[in-house]
Design a protein around this ligand. Structure first.
Ligand code: OGA
Ligand code: NI
Length: 325
């Protein structure tokens, strides 16, 4: 498997590849304190979203045991015999559950992944793996709790954009949640290898839980790769394509990738939050005026899946570019 992974070109290495770069850490519990404290946190989140597009959250209300159990369920799934896992293999991007051992980009060949929808949970959980027996229970618990974190963050982010706490509330509540559960082998050579090629996520935001370091994000001002710090009990959050559209470019989608960890195999669970499948995302009309004409065409999650299907073999399958006016 490892001979298929590609070495990271030297020029793409982060400038400081010894130390993970510090990034903003938001204490989410402070959102529900008095209104002055809430305002400060909303401002901190808005600043992180505008300047960087990524930050981490602590005190998010998900217990360590719920996070550990979800990682354990994922890890146990990937340890199953190939025949069991391959029952979920499908080329059809619209299948409720999809397993694969490689991306189709010819860059990141060493990742195995399971993708499935998670909201509404009662609708989708029946399709999830029944092996390992703990999978549905543990992953379901984490999925519903991480969705609560996403809703709080969406509320804070739209407020920070000046759109008011209740803006699009219903559409977010009825929105989609896609879990991308990834398993990367330990790096087998001394050279750094890519586990997941650079890309941005289509949704409004992604919340990522990982078992160890390996995630990197492009710093928007310096354009260099930054290692994402692995803080105890923290979750990593980044902005996706649809947030860039909604904010009419005030917030930028985050290009990120995963490197193989030299010390251990790595599990990550990315929870991607968007509108319902056919709900169109447009630039918020409140953020559009003569000086700021709409920068992007409207699109839905379903349009994203169509775009992906049409560009399956293309390394540059950039959805956001296709939306630019
Ligand atoms: C993803 C993703 C990063 C990681 O699944 O979209 O970016 O660290 N994962 O696995
Ligand atoms: Ni991603």
């Amino acid at each position: 498997m490892s001979d298929l992974s590609r070495t990271v070109p030297q020029e793409l290495l982060p400038s400081d590849d010894l130390h993970p770069q510090p990034m903003p850490v938001i204490n989410l519990g402070h959102l529900s304190l008095d209104s002055a404290t809430r305002c400060r946190v909303v401002d901190d989140i808005a600043k992180a979203c505008r300047d960087l597009g990524y930050f981490q959250v602590i005190n998010h209300g998900i217990s360590q045991s719920v996070m550990d159990c979800a990682l354990e369920a994922a890890s146990d799934f990937f340890k199953l015999p190939s025949e069991t896992k391959e029952k979920f293999a499908s080329e059809d991007l619209r299948r409720p559950v999809r397993y694969d051992t490689s991306s189709k980009d010819s860059i990141s060949m060493s990742r195995a992944f399971l993708k499935h929808y998670a909201h509404p949970l009662s609708e989708w959980i029946q399709y999830w793996p029944q092996q390992p027996p703990i999978y549905r229970k543990y992953m379901g618990k984490y999925a519903s709790e991480v969705r609560m974190v996403a809703l709080q963050l969406m509320e804070a982010i739209v407020e920070g954009l000046g759109l008011g706490q209740e803006y699009l509330n219903e559409k977010f509540h009825e929105g989609s949640q896609l879990l991308s559960v990834n398993c990367y082998p330990k790096a087998s050579q001394s050279a750094t290898t890519i586990g997941l090629a650079p890309h941005s996520d289509y949704g409004f935001l992604t919340i990522l839980l990982t078992s160890c370091g390996g995630l990197e994000v492009v710093d928007p001002s310096s354009k260099i790769w930054k290692r994402v710090q692995q803080l105890p009990h923290a979750l990593h959050v980044h902005i996706g394509d649809h947030m860039e559209v909604l904010s009419n470019g005030r917030m930028k989608t985050v290009v990120h990738r995963a490197l193989l960890n030299p010390e251990e195999a790595r599990i990550s669970i990315a929870s991607i939050h968007g509108f319902a499948l056919n709900e169109k995302v447009t630039c918020a009309k409140e953020l559009v005026d003569e000086e700021n004409p709409p920068k992007y065409k409207e699109s839905s999650f379903s349009d994203f899946l169509d775009h992906l299907k049409a560009n399956m073999d293309n390394k540059h399958r950039n959805f956001l570019e296709s939306l630019r006016m």
